[in-house]
Design a protein around this ligand. Structure first.
Ligand SMILES: NC(=O)C1=CN([C@@H]2O[C@H](COP(=O)(O)OP(=O)(O)OC[C@H]3O[C@@H](n4cnc5c(N)ncnc54)[C@H](OP(=O)(O)O)[C@@H]3O)[C@@H](O)[C@H]2O)C=CC1
Ligand SMILES: [Mg+2]
Length: 374
C-alpha cells in the first residue's frame, strides 16, 4: 500500500485539541479511509519516471516541444469549453485529435498554421506521445464542431458527464488556457509577456520576470458527528445539490487553520479532529488546489448557525440519505420532489462523501459483529 509519501501530512497534527491517533490505529484507519490507488498518480507503473522527465524536458526545450506537438494529440476548446465526442456506447469522451488532423481542419477553416503553436502541454501518453490543449475561440464554433464530429460543452457540465480518466486533463488544460488569456501583460512593467512553447511559463519582454501559472489553495472538509455528515449548499449550485464545506485559504494560514476558520464562519462549529484524505486540482473559479479532509465535531455540539451570506443552507445528513443519493443516476429536475444530489465523481467532495460512507458502513458491520449484538 503506497501511502508513506503522505505520512508527514497525516502525522503533522492539526488542532491543539485534536484527538491524536496512535500510529498503529492511524495506519489501519488510513487503510480504510484511503484505500483507493486512483487517489495517487501512477508512480509505480513502468514508464512513469521516463514520462515525467520527458514532460520536464519539453517545458525547458522549445524546439523539442514543437516537435512533440507535431507528433502529439490535441484537445480542442472553444472559449474555454472542451470539445466532446460521443462514443459507440453512447457515452461522452474528450476528443483527442492528432495534431495533423487539427492542422488540416484549421487550414480548411481559413486559419493560418500559427494557431496550433498556441497549444499548451498538458500530459503525456505511454511511448512519450505528448498531449496538448488549444483554444480555437477565434474560429466559428459550429464549423469546428462539424469538422471534428463533436460538440463544445461547458466544462462544469462536462465534468458531470465524463467518466473517463481524461477529465482532469481537461480541467488542467482549461486552467492553463485561461491563465494565458489573462496574463498577457507584466504586472510590474505593463509590457507584453511571452510564453514558452509548452505554455508552462511567461516572461516579461522588458525585464525578463518569469511568471508561472497560479493556483489558490482551497480547503474542503466533510464534517461528521460520528453518525451523520454535514453538507452545505450555495445558491449557485444545481438543483438539490449539497457539497462538503469549502473555502479559500487566507494569506499566512495553514491547512488546519483554514479548515477550522471556514467551518466556524460558515456553520458556527468547532472542529475536534482533522484527517487529511486527498487533494485535487479544480479549475473553478480560476484554478484551485483543493485539499480534502475529514473532520469530527463533538456529538454534544452539533447545533448549526448557518451564515446565509455564504451558504443558502447547511444540514446534517444520515447515512441512509447519503447512500440513496450516491445511487442516483440522473439529477433532479424542476418540479421533482427535492432529492439530494451530490457533486460529480470527479470532484474531491464526492470522494470524501464515499470515503465517509464506506467508513460508516464498516463501523455498522463491526458493531453488528460484536459478541452480544443481535
Ligand atoms: N471540487 C470539489 O469537490 C469542490 C470544489 N469547490 C470549490 O471550492 C471553491 C471555494 O469554495 P467557496 O465555498 O466558494 O469558498 P469561500 O467559502 O472561501 O467563499 C468564496 C468567497 O471567498 C472570497 N475569496 C477569498 N479568496 C479568494 C480567491 N483566491 N478566489 C476567489 N474568491 C476568494 C470571495 O469573496 P469576495 O468576492 O467577497 O471577496 C469568494 O466569493 C469554489 O470555487 C468551488 O468551486 C467547492 C466544493 C466542492
Ligand atoms: Mg465556502
Amino acid at each position: 500500500m503506497p501511502v508513506p509519501r503522505f505520512k508527514s501530512l497525516f502525522t503533522a497534527s492539526v488542532l491543539p485539541n485534536a484527538q491524536r491517533l496512535g500510529c498503529g490505529a492511524m495506519w489501519s484507519r488510513l487503510r480504510t479511509i484511503l484505500p483507493s490507488p486512483n487517489c495517487l498518480p501512477p508512480r509505480w507503473c513502468s514508464g512513469f519516471v521516463s514520462r515525467m522527465r520527458y514532460m520536464n524536458r519539453l517545458k525547458e526545450d522549445d524546439t523539442a516541444c514543437l516537435s512533440a506537438l507535431h507528433n502529439g494529440q490535441i484537445f480542442l476548446f472553444h472559449h474555454l469549453s472542451p470539445l466532446l465526442q460521443c462514443t459507440q456506447r453512447g457515452t461522452l469522451r474528450p476528443a483527442a485529435l492528432a495534431t495533423s488532423d487539427v492542422q488540416s481542419v484549421l487550414e480548411r477553416l481559413g486559419s493560418d498554421g500559427s494557431l496550433v503553436k498556441k497549444s499548451v502541454l498538458v500530459s503525456c501518453l505511454e511511448q512519450n506521445q505528448a498531449q496538448f490543449c488549444l483554444d480555437v475561440g477565434e474560429l466559428d464554433q459550429v464549423s469546428v464542431e462539424e469538422a471534428c464530429e463533436g460538440k463544445f460543452l461547458d466544462l462544469r457540465k462536462s465534468l458531470f458527464l465524463l467518466t473517463t480518466a481524461e477529465a482532469p486533463i481537461l480541467a488542467k488544460g482549461q486552467a492553463l488556457l485561461r491563465w494565458h488569456q489573462t496574463s498577457r501583460f507584466c504586472s510590474a512593467t505593463g509590457q507584453l509577456t511571452h510564453r514558452n512553447q509548452a505554455g508552462s511559463q511567461r516572461a516579461c519582454s522588458s525585464n525578463g520576470i518569469i511568471y508561472y501559472p497560479k493556483m489558490s489553495p482551497v480547503v474542503i472538509v466533510l464534517v461528521s458527528d460520528g453518525r451523520r455528515c454535514l453538507l452545505g449548499r450555495q445558491p449557485a449550485f444545481p438543483l438539490g445539490m449539497y457539497s462538503a464545506l469549502a473555502g479559500f485559504c487566507d494569506m499566512g494560514e495553514s491547512l488546519e487553520e483554514a479548515l477550522c476558520r471556514e467551518v466556524a464562519e460558515e456553520v458556527g462549529l468547532e472542529l475536534q479532529s482533522i484527517t487529511y484524505s486527498s487533494s485535487q486540482h479544480w479549475p473553478f473559479p480560476h484554478s484551485s488546489l483543493m485539499l480534502g479532509c475529514h473532520a469530527t465535531v463533538s456529538p454534544a455540539h452539533t447545533q448549526l448557525q448557518v451564515d446565509h451570506a455564504e451558504l443558502e443552507n447547511a444540514r446534517w445528513f444520515s447515512l441512509e440519505e447519503i447512500t440513496s443519493a450516491l445511487k442516483l443516476q440522473t439529477p433532479p429536475q424542476r418540479g421533482d420532489s427535492p432529492a439530494l444530489w451530490l457533486p460529480p465523481k470527479q470532484a474531491v467532495a464526492h470522494r470524501l462523501i464515499t470515503e465517509w460512507t464506506k467508513q460508516q458502513l464498516l463501523k455498522d458491520t463491526d458493531q453488528n459483529q460484536r459478541p452480544g449484538s443481535c
